[in-house]
Design a protein around this ligand. Sequence first.
Ligand SMILES: O=C(O)CCC(=O)C(=O)O
Ligand SMILES: [Fe+2]
Length: 347
Amino acid sequence: MAPAMPPAEKLSESDLVEKISKGGGIPEKFILPKEHRPEVQLTRSSDEIPVIDMAGLDDQRREKTLAQIHKACLEWGFFQVINHGVDETVMEYMKEQVETFLSLPVHERAPGGIRKGVTSQGYGTGYVKPDTGARDWRDYFLLRTYPESMRDYETWPNRQSFRDAISKYTLEMKKLGERLLECLSINLGLSPNYLKEALGELHQDLLINHYPPCPDPSVAIGANKHTDLGGVTCLWQLDDVVGLQVLKDGEWYPVTPAPGAYIINVADMVELASNGIYKSIQHRAVVNPAKRRISIAAFYDLHPDAVVKPAPELVKADRPALPSVRFCDHAMKLAIETDKVGMKVLD
Ligand SMILES: O=C(O)CCC(=O)C(=O)O
Ligand SMILES: [Fe+2]
């Protein structure tokens, strides 16, 4: 559950990535140890990450389209979808509102104060990452959007159009997430509703990532390598700046978004429910020297007390059951790890 926001505090604007990036140099706290520095201009191509036409699910191409999704889940854990059915006017509205949001002064982006802690809602910057000791070169707005009763409006900018866009957009993401879970269930040989029921009540989180230009992208990272915690993630990138990289067979592959596409990935709880048949794959985002990048991730997350276990049909003698997990224990690992290095939003 997202804890309530702490009382408003004085914003240290000078600590926000956005402000820092205007200053030219890269402060020490963002500089990665050499072994963690990303290769920014990868020459290998992302063409192999499949782009799947979801319109095929509704016509004679259904079996073929399901098979493409299955293959992508097995081989990459990632794929792009086009003709995904998300209302284009809602996407445009969301884009316009997010761009307006990012043009607001910091105190309006974070009316209740800068977000504290990894799970609380609101606007803030990245954290120190335990494995690298460095901070991500991004700021972001994290909000819980389903169940609706958990929307913490005090942390949202007080603009009706923005709230309206978020409501409409997240409903579209809920529908897309459910449709994808249905495809994955069928592909795993389970009943169409299996994954939706196994994950339980949707606790959707929306993350608006803003990566300002970075003077030297080879020494910093926008989003450090990680897997997503929940069921499935639908990521929309608002511009054509390439930044997302996906790990496959020990190599990083850049993802060039197809126009209007969503980038979909299997997250940890679907890996578990599938008893490891599908894998939740590590990914990261690199930054750009000249251009900012914006991405919006809709996470199909779970109730904190939801317990996920492998589907019994997928447990076999040569594929023993993975241990069950309570979602909040799994998610807390991130917070605890971060705590170890002194979790601070702005330090
Ligand atoms: O910005 C991106 O491309 C990736 C962001 C991401 O992986 C996340 O927010 O979980
Ligand atoms: Fe992610």
